[in-house]
Design a protein around this ligand. Sequence first.
Ligand code: ADP
Ligand code: MG
Length: 422
Amino acid sequence: MLERHLQALFGFTSFRQGQKEIIEALINGADVLAMLPTGRGKSLCYQLPAFLANGVTIVVSPLLALMEDQVQQLKSIGLKQTAALNSFTEKAERRRLLRNLARVKLLYTSPEMLQSRELLAALAKVKVAYIVVDEAHCVSYWGHDFRADYLRICDIKQALGSPPCLAITATATKEVRADIKKQLDLRTPFEHIESVNRSNIVLLAEEAADQAQKQQRLVEMVATYQAPGIIYVQSRAQAEACSAYLAQEVKHVRTSFYHGGMENADRLLVQQQFMNGQLDVICATNAFGMGLNKTDVRYVIHLHYPLDIASYIQEIGRAGRDGALSFALLLTAREDRVQAKNLLKKNDFTADEWVWALSQLKVGEPLDFPSFENRLLAMQSDQARTVGYLLEKWGVIKGGLVQSFSMAKLTSLLHRHFKEQI
Ligand code: ADP
Ligand code: MG
């Protein structure tokens, strides 16, 4: 039954894991808290119910570029009753949209815009079918991407008569999930929680002797793969420098940079060029990528130690959304540890633990992120126990996996796979 609608509206033949359960719960009027890995198809979990419902579904999304992207995509497959309302929307267009709100099925908006009196007045006159909070981890102080404006969503939800609410994200620890339920006042929600493991992303960590060797390695990687990739750095200046450096050192590579200091229009342009295949590599700060729906990103390279595992998992999750083999490389130099140690002070684990933990990830065993982080946090200073736990957890100490999966072997396997794919 739902499959028929899936086919008719989206042209997909079957649901992906989790989608149907989430959609059914929402349609049956429950609040839903869902955690699905990046790339699984979280958007469909609200898009399908929206087009089956009577009334408008409001999707609160933190990202302007993402909204425009999804609206265009839906319109292109004939789902035209879709709109976005945000700070980019021209005044005349905004008025027209609000006047015709009854005809809209799916309205993407920002948490800031959701508070505007104009929009609230227009919403009061129509039936609101569902309220969706995408990237719901933004609701929580404990989330890695907390946005103060997300805290007001709950009041607005209540003002609109508390329609069924879907809070959906790819990464939320137990604490964040509890907070989401509280902040959004989800009452006995249906919960679908999955680990964020992405088995097609091979996790690698390499430590170069010094910065020069690290740069050389980066050039090698980018030159070898000639495929869409994202490189994360720590500052705006580094993003620009890295892009310029690669453009100079790697023949034919089309690079650009992306960071929070750029004009909105410039950021949108870079993101769109990357989406359209006009750019190969983006050197970016953590401002880049949330909700990015480019499916063929083949690698994500971090040139610094991530500050927390949640952000790291989120960032590497931008690779391989099409399910094809991809890799995430943490490429650092030994001296980066010093800086990492200072930055990591506010977190509960040390750079050494990071180095160790990430060096284990190359084994490619499933990573159960929430328990991984919880355990790491719980055991902060007791590295030995953490190590023991993780070795066991990942099956590293079973069957001699570490020995049989040396970094060299894994890297050569990767190279082979990539050569076959490109
Ligand atoms: P997420 O938000 O979970 O990271 P998206 O909602 O952006 O992922 O979806 C990722 C891709 O998966 C999109 O291209 C989408 O069209 C596709 N997709 C979603 N659901 C299905 C499905 N049931 N069958 C095939 N493709 C799907
Ligand atoms: Mg998404």
